[in-house]
Every structure is written in C-alpha cells, then in structure tokens.
Design a protein around this ligand. Structure first.
Ligand code: SAH
Length: 193
C-alpha cells in the first residue's frame, strides 16, 4: 500500500465499505476529521459514535460536526476507546460497518497525551467484536514519537499474527527503513458463508 498518505488511504478503505444508514465509530476523535468523514458517508439515516479522552478534542469535534450540519447523528463520547463495546447500544452490537483509529497525540494539543498499547489493544479487540460481517477496521499508527514504536509494533503483531477468528488483514504498510513513517493497517470481518 503505497502512494497516497495513510490517512487518505484509510478513508478510501472505509468509503469502499460504508453505505448510507450504517453504524460507524471514530475511536480517536482528535480534531474530528474522521468523525466528519464517517458522518457524511453514513448520512442522516446512519449513526456515528466518536471517542476521545480529551474534552478539548470532543469540543473541537462537536464544533466541526455542527458547522458541517451533521452533528445530529453523531454521539461524541468523552471516554476512552477501551470502553467502546460497553458504550455502544445493543442495537449497534455486531452491526458496525466501520471503525477508524488514528493513534498518537492530538496535533497542536498536549503531545504527552498519547494513545497507549494496552488500551489500544483492548479497543481493537472491542472494535472487532462489534463489527458486522464485511465491516472494516482501519488503524493509522505513528512509530515516530516516544512510545509510538512500541504501540505500532503491538498493532502490527495483532493485525498480522493475533487477529480473532473470522477476521483477516486486508493490507498493511511495511515499516520504512528509518522506522518512523506512519503505517496503515486495514482489517476486515469476513462475510459469513
Ligand atoms: N496523530 C494523528 C492524530 C491522533 S489524535 C494525526 O497526526 O493526525 C489521537 C487522539 O487520541 C487524541 O486526541 C487523544 O486525546 C486521543 N486518545 C488518547 N487516548 C485515548 C483513548 N484511550 N481513547 C480514545 N482516545 C484517546
């Protein structure tokens, strides 16, 4: 997977899977770019749940969604994505068609407040558990900052060697020689039958 940047390719992987009316999750709302993309893609018949531990990120996300006129069908949760499964209503369980993770720190925010391997892995397991057959999970991981290398390695191991049954890794970026470039991982729950 080369060419365009990992975030743009994550959007492409999602756009190829999501349909109007779907449930989708932004696991790391940050400034709300992915939540906006998901909300526009699933439309008013759909539903998006966005998570971030930082109130400032939730505020920025809500503002972006309101300006775009899509806030009505997005629920912004100020809590960790490791609570993803518990935070989704029963109707969403097993019906989510897309989950996006954009790890690391909030650009222009507190760079010490980063996503961490243990909670990220718990969230990935939770995300996998709520995905519908054919649903996709994208992860953009950033090995370049302190702690990011370990987290990226944990994600790579999970995606390539430790996926739950019924899932496959559709593609991943190999590490660059310096081991600093962001890497996209695309997972999919295989359709039954
Ligand atoms: N590095 C990306 C942006 C990542 S934003 C880029 O350059 O585009 C990552 C977001 O994850 C931050 O806003 C941070 O507050 C959030 N975050 C950290 N830990 C989290 C957790 N446990 N659950 C949900 N969000 C978390």
């Amino acid at each position: 997977m080369t060419g365009r940047g990992p975030v743009a390719r994550a959007h492409e992987a999602m756009a190829a899977c999501l349909r109007p009316g779907d449930w989708a999750v932004d696991a790391t709302a940050g400034n709300g770019h992915d939540a906006l993309f998901l909300a526009q893609t699933v439309g008013p018949q759909g539903r998006v749940v966005a998570f971030d531990v930082q109130p400032a990120a939730a505020t920025a996300t809500r503002r972006r969604l309101a300006e775009a006129g899509v806030a009505e069908w997005v629920d912004v949760e100020v809590r960790g994505h490791e609570h993803l499964t518990a935070a989704l209503p029963p109707t969403a369980q097993g019906r989510v068609r897309g989950v996006m993770f954009n790890l690391g720190y909030l650009p222009a925010g507190d760079k010490s407040l980063i996503t961490r391997p243990d909670t990220t892995l718990a969230a990935l397991q939770g995300a996998a558990a709520v995905l519908a057959p054919g649903g996709r999970l994208t992860v953009v991981a950033y090995p370049g900052h302190a702690g990011g290398g370990e987290e990226t390695a944990a994600v790579a191991h999970w995606a390539q060697d430790a996926l739950p049954g019924g899932f496959r890794c559709r593609g991943w970026d190999e590490p660059d020689p310096a081991g600093k470039a962001p890497r996209l991982f695309v997972l999919e729950r295989v359709e039954a039958g």
